[in-house]
Design a protein. Structure first.
Length: 323
């Protein structure tokens, strides 16, 4: 049995937000992803990951979809050489600050009574409740595969003083926020959130003075801008922001409300349609067991949020693909 919570690992130290309380563990920063293979050997990477597995039992490694190919190859090489089914490599399309928020939420939930398989597959569910975006001084070089930039927006971005509000998740959106008397309106969360913002080379006034009240954010907190943000948003003239559920009781109820199944390949519990550890898809509904039967991590080794009424997001109408 493993007394320590499942380890949440990240590929960049900028993805580690401060713990909100004494119960929330920090994230492990994978030096094998941060440092060059020329200065951090495969043997060192193997030792690092093996130590995490031995201490925590299971490791969930969050890796951005935008990570360089060598980083991804190194992560998979380490998992392959260790021949370990206790390492989940979870890729995410979230921008840097949004991914840092997701890592924090998983860290909060790691001390609850969720099994490693449920915790890892919860990353996909929770991502649909993170509103991540940025105030941008230019969209001229923004990746159109992430957010659709119209020809008109592209042309306007060259005008002095132009600013745009971009939402990457849960649904891509782009609006102009300055000039012509136009009002910017981004789709607002339908639940209570905490708004984090990280200024680059733009003033955060629009984010703190317009966006936060419009989104009815319960708390507005400044964070450090991740170094990767300028590359992700293709400009240094930005203020990145992310609004998400801060209450661990609500997060717990959200994940708990989703049906659990056993992976037919590795046996771990999961939510959704694919195991985060072995990547095996869930069998068709007619082939699934009526009730989940496995609990790999006993509740006696976890902290559970205090009982009481909470207002959780409606899980009966999750975004397509959320579960």
């Amino acid at each position: 049995m493993y007394a320590l919570p499942t380890a949440i690992a990240v590929t960049d130290p900028d993805l580690v937000l401060p713990s909100p309380d004494r119960h929330t563990p920090s994230a492990a920063v994978l030096q094998s992803a941060v440092r060059s293979p020329r200065t951090y050997s495969l043997d060192q990477a193997l030792t690092e990951t093996h130590t995490l597995v031995e201490h925590h039992g299971y490791v969930i490694a969050l890796c951005p979809s935008s990570a360089p190919a060598p980083v991804v190859r190194r992560l998979h090489a380490v998992r392959s050489v260790l021949e370990s089914d206790r390492i989940a490599i979870v890729r995410s399309d979230l921008p840097p600050l949004g991914l840092a928020v997701l890592a924090l939420q998983l860290r909060q939930l790691s001390v609850c009574d969720f099994s490693p398989g449920v915790l890892a597959s919860a990353a996909r569910l929770l991502s649909h409740y993170i509103y991540a975006g940025a105030l941008l001084g230019s969209v001229a070089r923004l990746d159109r595969g992430r957010i659709d930039v119209t020809l008109e927006s592209h042309a306007k971005s060259w005008l002095p003083g132009s600013q745009f509000a971009a939402l990457a998740t849960p649904s891509p959106e782009l609006v102009k926020v300055t000039g012509g008397g136009e009002e910017a309106e981004l789709a607002a969360p339908g639940f209570a959130t905490r708004l984090l913002y990280a200024p680059g080379r733009l003033a955060p006034d629009w984010v703190t003075g317009t966006l936060a009240p419009a989104w009815k954010a319960q708390d507005v907190t400044e964070a450090r801008l991740p170094a990767e943000s300028e590359r992700w948003w293709a400009t240094g003239r930005l203020v990145e922001f992310a609004a998400a559920i801060p209450d661990i009781s609500v997060l717990y109820q959200l994940v708990s409300s989703v049906r659990r199944d056993d992976c037919h390949w590795c046996g771990l519990e999961l939510i959704g349609d694919r195991c985060a550890f072995c990547a095996a898809p869930l069998p068709p509904p007619g082939e699934r067991p009526a009730q989940p039967t496995r609990t790999l991590v006993p509740a006696s080794h976890r902290l559970r949020p205090a009982a009481g009424p909470v207002s959780a997001p409606d899980t009966t109408a999750l975004p397509r693909g959320a579960t």
